[in-house]
Design a protein around this ligand. Structure first.
Ligand code: AHR
Length: 324
């Protein structure tokens, strides 16, 4: 029996050495027959991420998977160190949500050489060699951006005036920031009335969302729409908008992505105008996929999360039953 709890939470890679003491059983599983998963999380930057971590930890527990968990604090080098530590510990499977898309080939090759299967969860990598990982479980972020853009186009279908948009981008170089921007642009660029007058990263955090929105408001007297790549940045921006004496949702329409509880509350309260859902509840599917890849069974290359969108009225109905 393992002495340690199955969902071992480690903050920062400096504590990863501790995880090495729990003694995984390598490619055959732990000493008590459990599958051992090394999970390299991005960080704790948002409500979405907190819900995702909880989903992974709880699902590991109920699936009987021993989880070695690390928090990279939004730094790629920390994730790479965590993955190398999992390779050294000979875990059965590695899962991770890559903080950025590029720069993974070397460490993924090391995992492959050690015959440890890798599952991408939530975010993609841009490696050309798809055999470096077994499957990718997560949302279609381009589609999310398109849904955000389509809502906006529908709102302004009768007008003729220019629509000034500011964009709060997610972490620079991350798949959701790249793809949500791209999907949105694909839709709104078809109509010359839509102008993205400012776009900057808010790193998916509330504090940075507020800070950048304050700068946008100072530099741009007429902002019609804010497109935020996640709810946390939108919530920070709401504080900035209110601080500038404007009414969020009225003076400035706000579109965001995630549909976490606080975002949905702001939507129901009329402060956010529309939210595109991005589900963090990836844990159960991740554990199923992990069991299959460890057994050497075939899994689909790509598993796309099912998601919806919410208007203000829909948020009021959905809020009581939301799980995150
Ligand atoms: O990768 C998913 C994104 O990461 C979420 O939309 C955002 O809130 C999180 O930080």
């Amino acid at each position: 029996m393992f002495k340690r709890i199955s969902a071992l939470v480690l903050v920062g890679v400096t504590t990863l050495a501790m995880a090495g003491c729990s003694g995984s059983g390598g490619s055959g599983g732990s000493s008590d027959g459990k599958i051992v998963m090394g999970f390299a999380q991005v960080g704790a930057e948002s409500g979405w991420r907190t819900a995702n971590t909880k989903s992974v930890q709880e699902s590991a527990k109920s699936a009987g998977v021993e989880l070695k968990f690390s928090d990279a604090q939004q730094k790629q080098e920390n994730q790479i160190k965590a993955i190398r530590s999992y390779i050294q510990q000979k875990v059965d499977v590695i899962a991770f949500s890559p903080v950025v898309e590029s720069g993974w080939d070397t460490v993924l090759n090391e995992a492959r050489n050690a015959k440890i299967p890798v599952i991408l969860t939530d975010r993609a990598v841009d490696s050309q060699d798809k055999s470096l990982y077994k499957t990718f479980l997560g949302s279609d972020f381009v589609e999310e951006g398109k849904k955000a853009g389509q809502w906006l186009v529908d709102q302004y279908k009768d007008g003729t005036d220019q629509v000034n948009i500011v964009q709060l981008e997610g972490t620079t170089g991350s798949a959701p920031a790249n793809d949500r921007k791209e999907g949105f642009e694909q839709v709104v660029s078809a109509d010359p009335r839509f102008k993205v007058i400012a776009s900057q990263t808010g790193d998916f955090t509330r504090a940075k969302g507020k800070e950048v929105m304050e700068a946008f408001l100072k530099a741009n007297p007429k902002i019609d729409v804010l497109y935020a790549h996640n709810d946390d940045m939108a919530l920070g921006a709401i504080e900035a908008i209110e601080g500038a004496g404007k009414v969020p949702g009225k003076d400035i329409k706000i579109i965001s992505v995630d549909a976490v509880h606080d975002g949905m509350q702001a939507l129901a309260d009329g402060k956010i105008s529309f939210i595109v859902e991005c589900s963090p509840l990836l844990g159960p599917q991740l554990m199923d996929l992990a069991k299959k890849v460890v057994k050497g069974e075939q899994v689909p290359d790509r598993v796309v999360t099912e998601e919806t969108t919410f208007t203000q009225e829909q948020a009021k109905d959905a809020l009581p039953g939301r799980k995150y």
